[in-house]
Design a protein around this ligand. Structure first.
Ligand code: MN3
Length: 204
């Protein structure tokens, strides 16, 4: 049973060129993201049928709590990638007034936030993700990073707002080993602040 399906990219894969190439998306979405979907469906169908009626977010949280690594890794990677596609746009705009004010308040300005995100993205050793999240208790925006498939979705006190994939497969075709250049381009040319504002709207 194919429980989960690969979502379409929210933009034409050529539309982010030259910042990220259609070739990158053909691998990253068409092969890597698809492989996580295919593997999760196979694992649930063949070995872990108790996850069959759950939503993707429920599968992530349950498999994390029960420490079922193959289910967690594949389900979290499906969710993280879908969230990552939405974190970029071919129609780059600066943050809206409400989000800009919030960024000023919590970080002292957009440049300071971008610098924190760049540090998180470039200091994540090996594979992983850099995140902008809201702490639900304080209502403040925060920057964090996670290794491998780990996701703030499993932390009930955080709400994900934006992410940057820093696995090598995200940038190697276009940037080779230059992760900092990919992160600079992401933050200055393709990041989707409208998506971030939507995710953080109840805290703005
Ligand atoms: Mn990836």
């Amino acid at each position: 049973m194919a429980q989960f399906t690969l979502p379409d990219l929210p933009f034409d894969p050529k539309s982010l060129e030259p910042n990220l190439s259609a070739e990158t998306f053909s691998y990253h979405h068409g092969k890597h993201h698809k492989a996580y979907v295919d593997m999760l469906n196979k694992l649930i169908t063949e070995q872990h049928q108790k996850f069959e009626s759950l939503s993707l977010e429920e599968v992530i949280k349950e498999s994390h709590a029960q420490k079922i690594a193959p289910i967690f890794n594949n389900s979290a990677q499906i969710w993280n990638h879908t969230f990552y596609w939405d974190s970029m746009t071919p129609n780059f705009k600066d943050p809206s007034n409400a989000l800009a004010k919030k960024i000023d308040k919590d970080f002292g300005g957009l440049d300071a936030l971008k610098s924190e995100l760049k540090t998180a993205a470039t200091t994540q050793f090996g594979s992983g993700w850099a995140w902008l999240v809201v702490d639900k208790k304080t209502g403040k925006l925060e920057v964090s990073k996670t290794p491998n498939a780990e996701t703030p979705l499993t932390d009930e006190s955080k709400k994900p707002v934006l992410t940057i994939d820093v696995w090598e497969h995200a940038y190697y075709i276009d940037y080779r080993n230059k992760r900092p250049d990919y992160v600079d381009t992401f933050l200055n040319k393709i990041v989707n602040w409208e998506f971030a504002a939507e995710n953080a709207k109840e805290y703005l």
